[in-house]
Design a protein around this ligand. Structure first.
Ligand code: MN
Length: 506
């Protein structure tokens, strides 16, 4: 029997919840609006000075987000009548800044990097010839004479989760360019590739990313669909999709060729009329459901009552570009961003930019490149599996020397954490030789979200390198530095201590 008091209480409660949701929504959109207004104001006040700079050099980071950011900048500046040149770098340090200075342009625009190295940039390039669009942690000092500095954190956004470098470039373009719907759509598309490349969409979009995705969805740029999270739904035969599944690892299936094939065949006929293996997108609804049901069963049976987390990871929002052909690497945003990553990491960043901008002449090279990249990652994971890991109090260190390229070692370290090859309770520092200077090493640090909740700030830890004659920067969850070899032990001690301090209350 229900009493009227209960009904009132129930109504009051849902009313309170409704009000709460409404207020949260309002404060969220108001926060967003304020940020956009600030970006608009800052862009408009710098616009005239920027317009006067005929020749522009764009300097971007070499990952998928950096290549996307560079492409947005190139497209929009050319559209606005500037001449552009671009340069993609692994890390913004004195060597690469000097390189940029040698171009002697009217304006150097740093995208997806720069905010943490303004002091250093200022040493080589005059302040009034510098512009920065970035989402990395900024350094503390202000530089009032810089033409324009749009940084996610300074504008009140979390640059690790809420917006990418490409997103910052896109927002700038909204206020710098005269309205042009076709171009806006193209730039929205590129902004989304960057978000994905920086792993900001893994648990669903939040903050400004969500806003940009909504614009893109309304413009029919992208379709968003809940699906299994695995890589290769457009291009891989399903047995490969499942066999190489790492996030989450499928019990008894991942990395087991025979089991994977047997599993699939027990649910569906895996071959099409021409006897080719079907891809995920070729499956009929009921076939996909059967496989998904089978996967859920595997997780429930093999995770000792701990299946919830893995099951949550199994599904996510997936994103498809509506102007790209089905079954290509470019239809699915996850695959597209991986192509770009492969380009950047293997010195083909020019191809990456060309690809985004619309020049697809080099496609065969790019598919081979993708295969190489996958093989490189798999080999490197094997190397980590067999390697001796130096375990300190609060960090684990892996020395790769020359065995893993410094351009992919961060990705590999992140994968090894994800696949539990490394201890997931403390961050990993992966060390490789610096190819540009043999007296230096490069270090890539990776953590997990859980560690961030416990206080981890890898960018602060990597910044300690400056005390030892090195240089560094990045995000709380992923950061890097270079350090003189002779200072390595001292530096690692300092990082171990520093990270212990950061995470001591977690
Ligand atoms: Mn980025």
């Amino acid at each position: 029997m229900v009493y009227w008091v209960d009904i009132i209480l129930l109504q009051t409660e849902s009313f309170t919840i409704a009000i709460f949701i409404y207020l949260t929504y309002i404060s969220f959109t108001m926060g967003q609006e304020k940020i956009l207004k600030n970006i608009e104001n800052m862009t408009i006040s710098a616009k005239e000075k920027i317009s006067q700079c005929k020749n522009i050099l764009i300097v971007g980071h070499l990952d998928a987000d950096g290549i996307s950011s560079t492409s947005i900048a190139k497209k929009m500046f050319e559209h606005a009548g500037h001449n552009t040149d671009y340069l993609i770098v692994k890390q913004l340090d004195s060597i690469t800044i000097k390189k940029a200075e040698e171009y002697k342009k009217d304006l150097t625009v740093f995208v997806d990097l720069g905010s943490g190295q303004l002091d250093k940039i200022s040493n080589y390039i005059e302040d009034n010839k510098i512009m920065v669009l970035d989402h990395h942690q900024p350094s503390k000092k202000e530089h009032p004479n810089i033409l324009l500095h749009l940084n996610a954190h300074l504008l009140g956004m979390d640059g690790s989760r809420e917006i990418s470098g490409s997103g910052m470039c896109y927002l700038f373009s909204r206020y710098y360019l005269e309205k042009d719907e076709k171009l806006q759509k193209e730039l929205e598309k590129i902004a989304i590739i960057g978000m994905m490349g920086d792993m900001q969409l893994r648990d669903g979009a939040v903050g400004m990313n969500k806003q940009i995705l909504e614009w893109a969805k309304d413009n029919n740029v992208v379709a968003i669909k809940k699906d299994i999270c695995y890589f290769g739904k457009q291009t891989r035969p399903i047995f490969k999709l499942l066999e190489y599944a790492t996030d989450p690892i499928i019990p008894t299936i991942s990395f087991n060729h025979e089991n994977t094939k047997a599993f699939i065949c027990s649910y569906i006929n895996p071959r099409d009329n021409d006897n080719f293996w079907k891809r995920w997108i070729d499956l009929k609804n009921e076939e996909a459901q059967k496989i998904t049901g089978g996967l859920i069963k595997l997780f429930l049976e093999n995770n000792n009552g701990n299946a919830n987390f893995a099951l949550k990871q199994l599904f996510c929002d997936t994103y498809q570009f509506l102007d790209e052909a089905k079954g290509t690497e470019f239809r699915d945003v996850m695959e597209f961003s991986t192509v770009l990553n492969a380009c950047g990491r293997h010195d083909k960043w020019k191809d990456g930019v060309e690809l985004i901008i619309g020049n697809r002449d080099n496609l065969p090279t790019i598919t081979t490149l993708l295969e190489n990249h996958r093989r490189c990652l798999a080999n490197s994971i094997d190397i980590i599996k067999k390697a001796k890991i130096k375990r300190m109090n609060n960090i684990q260190v892996f020395f790769a020397g020359d065995t893993i390229k410094s351009t992919i070692i961060g990705t590999v370290a992140g994968m090894a954490l994800g696949a539990r090859i490394l201890d997931r309770s403390i961050p990993v520092l992966a060390v490789s030789n610096d190819p540009e200077d043999s007296s230096f090493s490069k270090i890539s640090g990776r953590g997990t979200k859980k560690m961030i909740f416990r206080g981890l700030r890898l960018n602060d830890a990597m910044n300690l390198s400056e005390k030892f004659g090195g240089e560094g920067g990045g995000h709380d969850i992923a950061a890097g530095c270079r350090i003189p070899n002779e200072k390595m032990d001292e530096f690692l001690e300092a990082v171990d201590k520093g990270i212990g301090e950061q995470m001591k209350n977690g």
